[in-house]
Ligand binder design. Structure first.
Ligand SMILES: [Zn+2]
Ligand SMILES: [Zn+2]
Ligand SMILES: [Zn+2]
Length: 90
């Protein structure tokens, strides 16, 4: 993953929210599976990535307007802003 220019949403984040649990909050309710996990930097919800069947993180961002997610995968330290399509390492 290459680092691209940040955006004001990402720059506003001073403390990156970490996942409370390593599971998708929505998939766990229905027994679905996921591929990777992302943590919403506005509300702290941990949801599944776009490679997962349900794409809960993207759907959450669209429905809630929460712009920035962080990877919740061990060893990955990056942020992504949906409206600006911006990445940043942290
Ligand atoms: Zn942004
Ligand atoms: Zn999910
Ligand atoms: Zn959220």
């Amino acid at each position: 993953m290459t680092t691209q220019s940040s955006c004001e949403h990402i720059e506003a984040i001073t403390a990156v929210k970490k996942p409370k649990r390593h599971e998708c909050e929505e998939c766990i309710k229905t027994g679905d599976s996921w591929v990777h996990l992302r943590t919403c930097q506005t509300c702290g919800a941990t949801l599944c990535c776009d490679s997962s069947p349900n794409r809960h993180a993207s759907r959450h961002a669209q429905a809630s307007g929460h712009p920035v997610i962080a990877s919740a995968e061990p060893g990955e330290r990056w942020l992504y802003c949906y409206p600006d399509e911006a990445f940043a390492d942290y």
